[in-house]
Design a binder for this molecule. Structure first.
Ligand SMILES: Cc1cc2nc3c(=O)[nH]c(=O)nc-3n(C[C@H](O)[C@H](O)[C@H](O)COP(=O)(O)O)c2cc1C
Ligand code: SF4
Length: 437
């Protein structure tokens, strides 16, 4: 199956290189279009947010007030904190203008005055690449005052992240950008949507890097052209980049059309390495784990992956071979969420700690028969009861692991050691690593 490339087709770091592959033609086209016509094209494309939730992009764009009474903002979520995901990094490093052009099209469509790209601070190369591309765009009059004689002013800034997974959550990101602690805010229906009151209480459009990168292609080629890709699925259109890692021969970013089989994605990544396929986390560490039988059945689409019990998420696709101990894997996952919980709400702050502590005693040989039910109860107390999505993200992988691989937990608790007993599996047990609490 050939790999389909749209967003990852070219590497064009400079403006000259980007122009040579047709860069900024879509922006020029958008400037000549009515703002609503731009949004309608995004609607026709069927584009859904690539940051994890798959929310229809056009609804957000259309939600920015048409009657302007305040500044409008465009915010690009480039925090990319989901373990297993590294696609936004590649997009920003290899073709930064593609992301900038997408933000400019969104800015035009929503009458924005200012845009921010919130890049995680560890991604210094990305930040440099994007900053240099922004400077080039200013020098060419693509950004700044009275762009291309339209009377529209638009400024774009890079903002470095505050070093926490939670800062990728959109309301925490806005707090962080405004100089506050990166903690989430109350959300709709209890508070206005960011499109009404976001940054500094002004209308704010927030999308992921990959979502913005799709916009130039949609405007240039038309929404119908984009929507033709993935037409075999229920409601997933276009392409999606998957960051494939784990036990595969060729880890990397692969852009596929929705409707592709998950097993074909594995083949693109060179197939499984070091043993037979055991499991896959298809959309980043927070989505439910699948066993090999489900991988064989799974078709990539928001609804289609749901049918086998998981999610597209952010596209961080991790494959595991037969030497993987699922309990150790969940121990590592629980540790991540415990550390990243911001502490604002009790179910997540306390629950993530307990999820880790119980996994820790199981893998150290001290598991108790009641631990399985205890884990299930704690997950049920976190899921849907936390202040933001991080709590759910911490519970879902464990709920799925207990459902799909219950025998691995049962064996570990009964025998005080993993059911997987091979030299390779030993590497999964970093018992000695100190755990700061
Ligand atoms: C804990 C948490 C972390 C998140 N991290 C990211 C992230 O790193 N990048 C991202 O684009 N979205 C992330 N999201 C989703 C954002 O809140 C938001 O839905 C997304 O940026 C919207 O863009 P989209 O509609 O283009 O997907 C995160 C959500 C949660 C709950
Ligand atoms: S679920 Fe609660 S404690 Fe966890 S990150 Fe969100 S607000 Fe913070």
């Amino acid at each position: 199956m050939p790999e389909l490339k749209l967003l990852l087709k070219h590497k064009a770091r400079t403006l000259d290189e980007y122009r040579r592959i047709g860069g900024y033609a879509a922006f020029q086209k958008a400037l000549a279009m009515d703002r609503q016509a731009v949004i309608d094209e995004i609607k026709k494309s069927g584009l859904r947010g690539r940051g994890g939730a798959g929310f229809p992009t056009w609804i957000k764009w259309n939600g920015i007030p048409k009657q302007k009474t305040k500044r409008h903002y465009v915010l690009c979520n480039a925090d990319e904190g989901e373990p297993g995901t590294f696609k936004d990094k590649e997009l920003m490093e290899s073709t930064p203008h593609q992301v900038i052009e997408g933000m400019m099209i969104a800015g035009w469509a929503t009458q924005a005055d200012v845009g921010y790209i919130y890049i995680r601070a560890e991604f210094m190369d990305c930040a440099r690449a994007v900053k240099s591309a922004i400077d080039e765009a200013y020098a060419e009059g693509l950004l700044g005052k009275n762009i291309q004689g339209t009377g529209w002013d638009f400024d774009l800034h890079v903002h470095l992240g505050a070093g926490s997974y939670e800062c990728g959550e959109e309301s925490a990101m806005m707090s962080s950008l405004m100089g506050e602690r990166g903690m989430p805010r109350l959300k709709a229906p209890h508070a206005p949507l960011p499109t009404i009151a976001g940054l500094w209480d002004s209308p704010t459009l927030i999308n992921n890097v990959e979502t913005f990168a799709c916009a130039p292609h949609i405007i240039q080629n038309g929404g119908d052209w984009y929507a033709a890709m993935g037409a075999s699925t229920k409601n997933s259109r276009g392409t999606k980049i998957f960051s494939v890692s784990g036990h595969v021969n060729k880890p990397g970013n692969y852009e596929i059309e929705f409707g592709t089989k998950l097993s074909d994605l594995l083949e693109l990544a060179g197939g499984i390495k070091g043993g037979a396929l055991k499991a896959c986390i298809p959309g980043g560490s927070s989505v439910p784990i699948l066993n090999a039988e489900s991988v064989a059945k799974a078709v990539i689409g928001y609804e289609e992956i749901g049918e086998v019990g998981s999610m597209v998420g952010s596209g961080g696709c991790i494959f595991f071979n037969e030497h993987t101990c699922i309990v150790a894997l969940m121990w590592r996952t629980a540790k991540f969420y415990m550390r990243e919980s911001c502490g604002k709400c009790t179910p997540c702050r306390e629950g993530t700690d307990w999820l880790f502590q119980i996994h820790d005693r199981i893998i150290k040989g001290g598991g108790r028969p009641e631990d399985i039910n205890l884990l299930k109860q704690i997950c049920a107390q976190i899921d849907g009861r936390s202040f933001c999505g991080l709590g759910d993200a911490a519970a879902w992988p464990i709920v799925a692991a207990l459902k799909v691989f219950p025998h691995e937990y049962e064996y570990f608790i009964q025998h005080g050691k993993s059911i997987v007993d091979t030299p390779q599996s030993k590497l999964m047990f970093p018992y000695a690593e100190p755990v700061p609490v």
